[in-house]
Design a protein around this ligand. Structure first.
Ligand code: CTP
Length: 435
């Protein structure tokens, strides 16, 4: 059964698994496929993120493999792990089997080498605690000490022991994420353990960047709102920011956001990789926070710069931009000036927040017509005309671009003529050279 499923993998991945198996047999070092990959293989889902556990030195094993097959390798000595990148572009992680003990709740674990059973029993949920041994001829039996296969077939998220969420509170978010992703349910005792650790305040003690990573993963799920609804039910949302509560308008926001993302992808096919849907959702999700609280929260979780800047600019710019662009008779160059500094995620999120039809029309005008307009003339043309290089260049070229967007100039000749008028008006020539 497993052999059949493994054989259905893309050929490049299958070849890789067999190569791992050959080296494992040759070196007599047991190696296993583990975690989410095994879970998704059994669920018939697509997951090409392979994690291997080596009963021995994972870095040494991965290095040998990389040498034999000319794969790129990145090692993390501190964690005893290695990542290989195949010629086909896939990434595969290797880690040594480990045993973990926690000196204090929510602290990082003390790690020692162990065997595959130790490694599986330190994991979050039974469905993620299965392994498959790999050999030269294929794969071996499923190793399932915790009953993951049964829980998978019954749709249950079950932690392995009562201290699981005290040891690692981020597992509370993971439990919710997997439950909602697969349409499973958190098992009763596990639910009690979660509640107990939440009441103990573990979510406020865990390192914030680890909670941040889990939150971002939630925004990347297919239906993030389901996850946040459930999270709110289980532990509230005040661990994210004080007084932060579930907002009823999120449903409409997320639905509209998904429509806008599809609309953008259909109309700007070549730019669809320029947007990160999850940052758009994050902006809308956190929009209800006052700007000061929002900045504090973003800073304390140390969200990535690109996420922070988008989320904050949505909050700080929306009302101003919206107020102006929903008016009648706005010049094209003004639309450009207000929207051009914003990213696509922020612009699209603004159309979600706005109830005004004219505003969306303005955004469309910008995206279809004004965005990406270029001038024929360049800085060299100004230089050639005798204008001293300096900050004035940018001002002049911006003014010219506005004129072009407003339809006042079109050809290179018209641009040059416009420049001539403008520079004389500003009196900014070094000499009396005429353009
Ligand atoms: N794991 C864990 N506790 C955590 C994080 C991870 O026990 N807090 C273990 C689980 O066995 C998990 C594996 O490490 O399957 C890999 O973690 P990760 O890549 O985060 O999760 P996946 O299960 O692969 O989930 P996803 O499908 O979201 O990538």
């Amino acid at each position: 059964m497993l052999l059949k499923k493994i054989n259905e993998l893309p050929q490049s991945l299958l070849d890789f698994v067999l190569a791992v198996g050959r080296l494992s047999d040759l070196e007599k070092v047991p190696v296993y496929l583990v975690g989410g990959f095994v879970r998704d293989l059994m669920l018939e889902g697509k997951n090409f993120d392979m994690d291997f556990v080596v009963e021995g030195d994972a870095i040494l094993f991965a290095t040998q493999l990389a040498r034999t097959f000319s794969y790129k390798i990145l090692t993390h000595r501190r964690f005893g792990t290695a990542t290989l990148t195949g010629r086909e572009g896939f990434k595969v992680d290797f880690a040594s089997a480990r045993r973990e003990t926690y000196a204090a709740p929510a602290a990082l674990p003390n790690v020692t080498f162990g065997n595959i059973n130790d490694d599986l029993l330190r994991r979050d949920f039974t469905i993620n605690a299965m392994a498959i041994r790999v050999h030269a001829q294929g794969v071996g039996e499923l190793i399932d000490r915790a009953g993951g296969k049964k829980d998978l077939s019954e749709g249950i998220i079950r932690a392995l022991h009562d201290l699981s969420f005290i040891d690692d509170p981020t597992r509370i978010l993971r439990a919710v994420r997997f439950e909602q992703r697969f349409g499973f349910r958190i098992e009763k005792e596990t639910h009690t353990w979660i509640k107990r650790s939440v009441d103990d305040g573990v979510l406020c003690r865990v390192q914030k960047h680890r909670v941040r990573d889990e939150l971002v993963l939630m925004f990347k799920e297919k239906d993030p709102l389901k996850c946040f609804k459930r999270l709110h039910e289980i532990c509230g949302l005040s661990f994210i920011a004080p007084r932060f509560k579930f907002q009823n308008q999120w449903k409409a926001y997320f639905q509209a956001a998904s429509k806008r993302i599809s609309w953008f992808a259909e109309n700007f096919h070549y730019k669809k990789s320029h947007i990160e849907p999850h940052t758009m959702l994050m902006g809308l999700f956190f929009y209800c926070l006052p700007l000061g609280d929002l900045k504090k929260m973003m800073h304390s979780f140390a969200f990535h710069k690109h996420e922070t800047s988008r989320i904050i600019s949505l909050k700080s710019e929306f009302l101003k931009v919206h107020e102006e662009l929903r008016r009648k008779n706005v010049k094209a160059s003004r639309i450009y000036k207000l929207l051009e500094p914003l990213t696509y995620e922020v612009i699209l999120a603004m159309t979600v927040l706005s109830k005004n039809h004219l505003f969306f029309e303005r955004v469309k005008e910008f995206l279809f017509f004004y965005n990406g307009q270029r001038l024929h003339v360049k800085g060299e043309d100004l230089k050639a005309a005798g204008l001293t290089p300096g900050p004035m260049y940018k001002r002049i070229l911006n003014e010219l671009l506005s004129a072009k967007i407003d339809g006042e100039v079109n050809t290179r000749e018209e641009e040059l003529e416009f420049l001539k008028k403008m520079t004389h008006q500003h009196g900014c020539f070094k000499t009396t050279t005429v353009l």
